[in-house]
Write a protein of this length. Structure first.
Length: 188
């Protein structure tokens, strides 16, 4: 027969294990749905399909302009906000490819303090965080979801003053819901 103190010790040990064990991650389908729900503009109007695929080493997401497809390679440890940021970054590329011209890209680089002679796109299938295209996509994600995951390397995160100057680069007709919230509200 187990003594009373032994039962108490077992109960305490069980409680400690339960309290210190990592919480179960949200199922991927629910996390992905939550991430999509965070995208506060009608991205469907861009006519891109968003697909969730298994994680890929060295890449979080990719856009395939010709196929109008965005692939998200979320890791099991990613929360919904991280996945939403990856989605928003790729949608920033879709906005860029749909609406930007050589002239608007050059003006973007001037506002961001990037040499306008810098090639807009990087190499195929490499990180874009050190390119103007990546800066545009990261800034779009910042506008959409606020700070927290800005990974651009070609320029620091935009200041609030720059964000005001950058707002016209995003097409108001497509992104009208985005602008119903002030920039300060997004960044607080």
């Amino acid at each position: 027969m187990v003594s009373h103190p032994m039962m108490r010790a077992t109960a305490v040990l069980t409680l400690i294990v339960l309290l210190t064990a990592p919480l179960m991650a949200e199922p991927p389908e629910a996390r992905n749905a939550s991430a999509l729900a965070m995208i506060s503009f009608p991205w469907q109007k861009l006519l891109y399909e968003i697909m969730f695929l298994p994680p890929q080493q060295g890449v979080r997401a990719m856009i395939f302009e010709r196929d109008h497809r965005i692939e998200i390679y979320a890791r099991p440890s990613d929360d919904a906000h991280r996945v939403a940021y990856d989605i928003a970054h790729e949608l920033g590329h879709a906005v860029d490819m749909t609406f930007n011209t050589a002239e608007t890209r050059s003006r973007w680089m001037i506002v961001r303090g990037i040499d306008p002679a810098t090639p807009w796109f990087g190499c195929n299938r490499c990180t874009d965080f050190s390119t103007p295209a990546g800066d545009f996509a990261e800034t779009f994600a910042l506008f959409l979801l606020g700070p927290g995951h800005f990974s651009g390397r070609i320029a620091p995160p935009p200041t609030e003053e720059q964000l005001v100057r950058l707002k016209p680069f995003f097409p108001n007709a497509t992104l009208s819901r985005l602008w119903n919230t002030s920039i300060s509200d997004k960044l607080d």
